[in-house]
Design a protein around this ligand. Structure first.
Ligand code: FAD
Length: 426
């Protein structure tokens, strides 16, 4: 009998560690392969640094084929055009197909810039830090901006779920502009769909509201919450501020010489609209074992997974999916596939906790939320210069692990160290 084939689709932050961890869990009992888009692993959390030249692209990328080969994992960077779970098959972009027995989807987000006129790089007028290519383009735009400074608008639009990087980038820009001694020429506004500063899609964690408001006040960054961006024109953002009852409270016309706005996320084309696999936004439906209910041989992890919002807000906001949570999904899937290879049931569950180090260049805010949705057992936040140092250290640590193809979970270790607690597992 031939060995079961496990295919991991996507080799970003979740998919890459999944490849190592799943291979370690199943050993020689299954063939493990990865289908990604391009050959490179890119450490997304460092993108805000790339956008102000604090990092070069080469420093945060790893060529995956040799590392995966060393671990006995096959690889193609051709990319999937469509997932056909009813046929247990992937159609790749080069016209070939890949058959699988188990599929692990880790395709991350599709960036929905097209939902707002004028949003995003390329066809629009705002920058992005969601992808390394965008971060490099944002750095080039920043170079032009500093020659002739003016107002900056930074934030996250309606339907966004990833707010931490928007705060990070606002504060990083503030730090960089101070270093260049031109901060006095740059009025800054933070525009967010969150109902309050520090909500983060999580209804706040510890005192993130107080900490982040205080940071913004100290840095002279104004803010608009409950914001819905209606359209962006060259140098001008049109924003509606929404009341609790859903009506328009007031409108803002915000001029900008530089803007970075995080878009809403949705599932990638290859999976969006596959009956039974995804929700209407194209996110993969999973049960508590990270398994799709319609196609139980399909697992999913990371940003591509469907998670319900924490509660109703005047402007829709999503729940962030950060590294700690993603890592717990990876571990659960690796354990479940290991069990299935041994003829046992898939019983492991991910912990879905949130942990974030938001770096501001000269300081930062850290938080741990367990579980994600309040009320919580752990609801911790803190700030200080050490957050910046911790994030720099973590980047080095994480990239080192990827380069060596090591599988052991790291986020939990870091969260424990950061909190100075010995045990936060429920
Ligand atoms: P990704 O890392 O985006 O990986 C998806 C992979 O799938 C990519 O390799 C892509 O090429 C591939 N892919 C997509 N479509 C296809 C296809 N059709 N066929 C084959 N391959 C495909 N979290 C934290 O915990 N800490 C942070 O500091 C942090 N900072 C962040 C900063 C930014 C700017 C952003 C956007 C997010 C940040 N996050 C952070 C959140 C989260 O950890 C990252 O978004 C993380 O990259 C998500 O991992 P992922 O594997 O789900 O998706």
């Amino acid at each position: 009998m031939s060995m079961p084939r496990i295919v991991i689709l996507g080799a970003g932050l979740g998919g890459a560690i999944a490849a190592f961890e799943i291979k370690a869990a199943v050993g020689d009992k299954a063939e493990v392969s990865v289908v990604s888009q391009g050959d490179t692993f890119s450490f997304v959390p460092s993108n805000p640094w790339v956008a102000v030249h604090w990092r070069k692209r080469a420093a945060i990328e790893v060529k995956l084929p040799p590392v995966l080969k060393k671990r006995g994992v096959a690889f193609t960077g051709v990319g999937a055009k469509r997932v056909s779970p009813a046929e247990n098959q992937l159609q790749l972009n080069d016209g070939t197909t890949v058959d699988y027995d188990y599929l692990v989807i880790a395709t991350g987000p599709d960036l929905a810039f097209d939902e707002i006129a004028g949003l995003g790089p390329g066809a629009g007028f705002t920058q992005s830090i969601c992808h390394i290519d965008h971060a490099e383009a944002a750095a080039a735009a920043f170079d032009k901006f500093v020659e002739n400074p003016g107002p900056i608008v930074v934030g996250a639009v309606q339907g966004a779920s990833c707010f931490g990087p928007a705060y990070e980038f606002a504060m990083i820009l503030d730090t960089e502009l101070k270093r260049r001694k031109i901060r006095d020429r740059v009025p800054m506004t933070f525009v967010t769909s969150e109902p309050y500063v520090g909500h983060l899609g999580l209804d706040g964690v510890g005192d993130t509201k107080g900490l982040l408001e205080s940071e913004m006040r100290n840095r002279h960054i104004k803010w608009v919450t409950n914001a819905k961006v209606s359209r962006v024109e060259p140098g001008m953002m049109h924003v509606e501020e929404i009341s609790d009852d859903g009506s328009v409270k007031t409108t803002h016309e915000l001029p900008f010489a530089y803007s970075m706005m995080l878009p809403a996320f949705r599932g990638v084309d290859a999976v969006r609209g596959v009956e039974g696999l995804t929700n209407p936004r194209g996110f993969i439906l999973v049960d508590k074992h990270q398994r799709n209910p319609t196609f139980p041989n399909v697992f999913a992890l990371g940003v591509c997974v469907a998670i319900a919002p924490t509660g109703k807000t005047p402007v829709p906001v999503g729940v962030p999916k950060t590294g700690f949570m993603i890592e717990s999904m990876v571990s659960a899937i690796a354990e479940n596939l290991g069990a299935l290879m041994d003829g046992k049931a898939a019983a492991s569950e991910a912990t879905w906790n949130a942990f974030c180090l938001a770096d501001f260049g000269d300081g930062g805010v850290a938080f741990v939320a367990q579980p994600q949705i309040p009320p919580r057992n752990v609801n911790w936040s803190a700030s200080g210069k050490w957050v910046h140092l911790a994030k720099v250290g973590f980047e080095k640590y994480f990239l080192g692990k990827i380069k060596r193809g090591e599988s052991e979970p790291f986020y939990e270790k870091l969260a424990l160290e950061v909190m100075g607690l010995r045990k936060i597992k429920g």
